[in-house]
Write a protein that binds this ligand. Structure first.
Ligand SMILES: *Cc1c(COP(=O)(O)O)cnc(C)c1O
Length: 339
């Protein structure tokens, strides 16, 4: 068996031993199958290829000091994938099947779960897509559900750090009554040009405003936003935001830390009043924001003049990571310890 250099893992794809699949046809789901191949044979008229009938999830497994493997909030990912399926007229994967597939693929690839000390983790990627042939615009009658895993390095290589974001009003990620609330590939395709431009200009990503009025905060790239002020955790409420499980977790932990939590529309000018701000999602947990530049208005909202993350961002980050790795008690039942 080849040696993996855990300390130098990035975010690329690494082949593991196997993936777990399940097929839907004739109105029902089949049994879970274990495949060693990374490839699949797909009909060229599959609805996922033409009409974007597809959704995905992202979650992680962590190895604790005790050597045990913990999977974080997979039940919530199962429910969210069901929402995405409903939003794209796909067959829903039953929650038990989703959870069984996740546990199975992690167990079978146990040797790829990085050691505790590395700060790395095992990324779990479930995908669901229409595989039946259609050329007319209608939903498929066949679906494939696959869960694969790949080890990923710690997000913050040089320690917990802030990055800059940029507001560019010429791009939208999703429409108010559109697909933004579902985790579907099409939203990502729609964000690539804007993201690439932001990267070229030296930003970690684009900071989206609501598509209709360009007045309210939406998402930071493919992550939820939160701001901290007056001992309050404030995060946007909007119909075009993907409900982040990390954000949901941070809201709970913020209350535990004695903060108030507000989920409401946040006008863009309110950015000037936050003491700290962050982007949150599975990849980084929290990616604290250094500043947000608004090109059109020729403004810059600075949260960290010297680039160091705020104290509350750091506390929340450490608390959530602690729960994920088993260093902190799992008081909310978020963690599944693999048997
Ligand atoms: C996946 C995703 C997030 C983060 O969700 P988590 O459940 O916290 O990983 C945020 N925004 C978008 C658009 C996403 O696709």
């Amino acid at each position: 068996m080849e040696q993996i250099d855990w300390s130098n893992l990035g975010f690329g794809y690494m082949k593991t031993d196997c993936n777990v699949r399940c097929m839907y046809s004739n109105g029902k789901w089949g049994e879970l199958e274990v495949h060693e191949s990374e490839y699949l044979s797909l009909h060229m008229a599959a609805t996922s290829l033409h009409y974007g009938q597809e959704s995905f999830e992202g979650l992680k497994a962590f190895r604790g000091k005790d050597g045990k493997i913990r999977i974080f909030r997979m039940h919530d990912n199962a429910l969210r994938m069901q929402d995405s399926a409903a939003g794209t007229l796909m067959a829903q994967v039953p929650v038990e099947k989703f959870e069984e597939a996740v546990k199975k693929v992690v167990k079978l690839n146990e040797r790829f779960v990085p050691p505790y000390e590395s700060g790395a983790s095992l990324y779990i990627r479930p995908i669901l897509f229409g595989s039946g042939a259609q050329v007319g615009v209608r939903p498929s009658d066949e679906y494939i559900f696959i869960v694969f895993v790949t080890p990923v390095g710690p997000y913050f290589k040089g320690g917990f750090q802030t990055t800059p974001f940029v507001i560019m009003r010429e791009y939208d990620r999703s429409a108010p009554l559109g697909m933004g609330k579902y985790k579907v590939g099409g939203n990502y395709a729609a964000s690539l040009v804007a993201g690439e431009r932001a990267h070229q200009l030296g930003y970690s990503n684009i900071f989206y405003l609501d598509a209709k009025e360009k007045k309210y905060i939406d998402e930071c790239g493919a992550a939820n936003f939160f701001g901290i002020k007056d001992n309050t955790y404030v995060t946007p409420k909007s119909t075009s935001i993907l409900p982040s499980i990390t954000n949901k977790s941070l809201m709970k932990l913020a209350v535990d830390l004695g903060l108030k939590v507000e989920q409401r529309s946040i006008p863009v000018e309110e950015l000037a009043t936050f003491e700290e701000a962050g982007a949150c999602g599975t990849a980084a947990v929290i990616s604290p924001i250094q500043r947000i530049d608004d090109f059109d208005e020729n403004k810059s909202y600075v949260f960290s003049p010297d680039g160091t993350p705020g104290a509350i961002c750091e506390k929340l980050y450490k608390k959530l990571r602690g729960i994920q790795y088993g260093d902190e008690p799992d008081t909310y039942g978020w963690v599944t310890v693999l048997e």
